[in-house]
Write a protein that binds this ligand. Sequence first.
Ligand code: NAD
Ligand code: DAU
Length: 355
Amino acid sequence: MKILITGGAGFIGSHVVRLFTNKYPQYSICNLDKLTYAGNLENLKDVERKPNYQFFKGDIVDANFISQLFEQEKFDAVIHLAAESHVDRSISNPLEFVNTNVIGTVNLLNAAKQTWATGTPNPASGFRHLFYHVSTDEVYGTLGDTGMFTEETPYDPHSPYSASKAASDHFVRAYHDTYKLPVVISNCSNNYGPNHFPEKLIPLCIHNIKSNKPLPIYGKGENVRDWLYVEDHASAIDVIFHTATLGSTYNIGGHNEWKNIDVIRLLCKIMDSKLGRPEGTSEQLITFVKDRAGHDLRYAIDSTKLQRELSWQPSLQFEEGLAKTVDWYLANENWLNNVTSGDYKKYYEEQYAKR
Ligand code: NAD
Ligand code: DAU
C-alpha cells in the first residue's frame, strides 16, 4: 500500500510518519510537505534513509502539482495533516488559513476522487482506498464549566483557524456523501510532546524557562485545554486508519483537562527540578498578558466512541508525559536552537536540494 501523508515534517505529522514507516515496512510512506516555518525535516532524521520512505516538497494549494503527483504516484490512501495550525497566526492572517486548510484540502479531495474513480482496491490484499482527514476539537467551539464534546456536538468554530478546519471537515463529508469518496475524520484535543514548534504554549514556555524569559499567560490563565501526548495521537491515527468504518468520525482525547496556569506551574516545577534550580524560581517568570481575541474558554473531548469501538487507550499520564517532553527538549538543545534561529531550513537545502 502506498500512503500519502501530508504535513509529515510538522509536529504531529512527523510522529505519524515515524510510526508508520517503522511499524509497516511493507507500506510505502510518501511525505508531502511545503516546509513552511512549521515544517522541519530534522524531525525525521531517523527515518529519512529507510527504503519505504520518500519525501516530496510541494504545496497542497497548487492544484496542478497535486493532481500530477497523484497521477504519477497512484497513492492508495491519504492521511492528511498539512495545515496552518496556530490560532494566533490565524488572527493576524486568516486568508493563509483559508488557502491551506480549505483550498488545499479540496485539492487533495479532487485528486483522490479523480485517481480512485477507476480501479477498485483489491479486498484480498487487505487494503482499501481511504482519505483520512486529521482535524481538531476546536471545530466544536467552546464549553462552559461542564460538558464534553462528542461526535454529535454541533460545529461552532470561533477563530479563523477553527473556522477553516471546520470548513475542511465539511468538504470531506460532502465528498463522501456526494461522490462516495471513502473518508474518515478524527477530531483531536491539544497535543504536546517532542518536536512541538515553540510558538505553542508548552514548548514556548519550556524555551523561555530555559532562557529565563517571561512566560506570557493570556488573560488570567483560566482557559482549559485537554492535553494528549503526541505519540498517543499517532497511535489513535494508526488504529482509526486501519479499522474505522468508512464515513465515520472519531474524537481523540485523553480525559486530561488542565487550566493553562496550572499547566505552567507544573512545568515550572518540573523544570526547576531538572535544571537544579530552587523550587519556585521559574514561576517568577509567569507574566499575565492581554488575552487572545475570541479566546475559547474550555475544551474537553469525550473519546468514549474510539475507546469502546476501536479499543484505543492513551498510554501516558500528563505528569509523566510532560516530564518526558521536558527531557526531550533539554537533550535536544540543537533542535530548539535551530528552530528559534531559523537555521533548520538549511537542513532541507543541504540534504535534498543537491539530490
Ligand atoms: P504543524 O503546524 O506543526 O505542521 C503542519 C505541517 O504542514 C508543516 O510541516 C507544514 O510545513 C505543512 N504545511 C503547511 N502548509 C502546507 C501546504 N500548503 N502544503 C503542504 N504542506 C504544508 O501542525 P501540527 O500541530 O502538527 O498539526 C497537524 C494537523 O493536526 C493539523 O491539521 C492540525 O489542524 C491538526 N491538529 C493539531 C493539534 C495540535 O494540538 N497541534 C490537535 C488536533 C489536530
Ligand atoms: O485543541 C486542538 C488545538 O490545540 C489544535 O487544533 C491547534 O492546532 C493547536 O495549536 C492547539 O490550539 P490552542 O490555541 O489551544 O494551543 P496554544 O498552544 O496556542 O494555546 C494553548 C492555550 O494557552 C490557549 O488557551 C492559549 C494559551 N496561550 C497560548 C500561548 C501561545 C497562552 O496563554 N500564552 C501563549 O503564549
